[in-house]
Design a protein around this ligand. Structure first.
Ligand code: SAM
Length: 287
């Protein structure tokens, strides 16, 4: 497996693949772990289920025939829906954006305005992609009022609109079900023979080290425990699952009854240059 998709079918569960990669930069995106993850995906399964979708790196790499994709972030899911179902209109809107500090802060400020809730899904998706491509490190962070508050990012010439990749992603998403919701919902959705890939916000390696705040409320240790319970319920139902997480004693301990492997991966989302570079991560499976 490579970061870009192959052009032919390589499993019962995948269809003919287009060359595509995530259309968003996403903190914790799994681009650099695809080789390690891909070789551990079951050779065949019924539905592919991914409840911490983010940028969807593994989904776009595998392009399974049938998929249920979800995330707690409604703006993210709206963006995926628009890429799938309203791409020409989205492209037209994206053509109006430029990499410019004043424009960035004007667009960022739109969610402070009273009428923002009435903005069309297409315009919201265009704004989301624009901010994602031009903000600092592609972070997604909102304040307590739900206002996006990531500063402008310094880039040479960021690509705001990549029509070829957006089109390939839209095609790859055509048959996927997209939902906003919490990961716990998968217990009701997944059935025997399905495969679930969990990529939660990582357990921090220290109190200050890692980025886990994609949605208000964050993802604390109690969430990691609820995730384990979810995995146990799926195991009892005969659902195969794979989980990636940080290599911490807490996660090692939580999953000690399952197959826990340590793998090397580059992690790029850290504001401190000395913290960037290869780190060890965990891949856990129940098969
Ligand atoms: C590590 S990222 C996923 C990255 C993704 N695998 C990729 O390749 O880009 C974790 C995602 O979990 C989502 N999330 C956080 N809490 C959640 C919850 N309780 N239920 C579902 N999704 C949640 C975040 O919005 C974020 O997109």
């Amino acid at each position: 497996m490579t970061t870009n998709c192959a052009t032919t079918s390589d499993s019962d569960s995948t269809t003919t693949k287009r060359i595509c990669r995530p259309f968003l930069k996403w903190a914790g995106g799994k681009g650099q772990l695809l080789g390690q993850l891909g070789k551990r995906v079951p050779a065949s399964y019924n539905r592919y289920i991914e409840p911490f979708l983010g940028g969807g790196a593994l989904y776009f790499s595998l392009q399974p025939k049938t998929a249920y994709l979800s995330d707690l972030n409604p703006d993210l899911i709206n963006c995926f829906e628009v890429v799938r179902s309203h791409l020409p209109a989205l492209i037209e809107e994206l053509k109006t954006y430029r990499y410019d500090r004043d424009m960035y802060y004007a667009v960022r400020a739109l969610d402070r305005e009273p009428g923002f809730a009435q903005t069309s899904p297409i315009s919201r998706a265009a704004r989301f992609i624009y901010l994602n491509k031009t903000c600092f490190n592609g972070l997604f962070r909102v304040n307590s009022k739900g206002h996006f508050n990531v500063p402008f990012g310094a880039y040479k010439d960021p690509t705001i609109l990549d029509i070829t990749n957006l089109t390939a992603c839209g095609e790859a998403l055509k048959s996927a079900i997209l939902k906003t919701g919490t990961f716990e919902d998968v217990v009701e959705i997944a059935e025997e023979g399905d495969f679930v890939y969990f990529d939660p916000p990582y357990a921090p390696a220290s109190n200050t080290a890692d980025f886990t705040q994609y949605v208000s409320g964050g993802f604390d240790e109690s969430c990691q425990e609820v995730l384990l319970l979810t995995c146990l319920k799926l195991h009892q139902k005969g659902v195969k699952w794979m989980l990636s997480n940080s290599n911490t004693p807490i996660i090692q301990e939580l999953y000690r009854g399952f197959k826990v492997e340590t793998v090397e991966a580059g992690r790029s989302i850290n504001s401190r240059a000395d913290k960037r570079g290869p780190v060890l991560e965990l891949i856990v499976r129940n098969y």
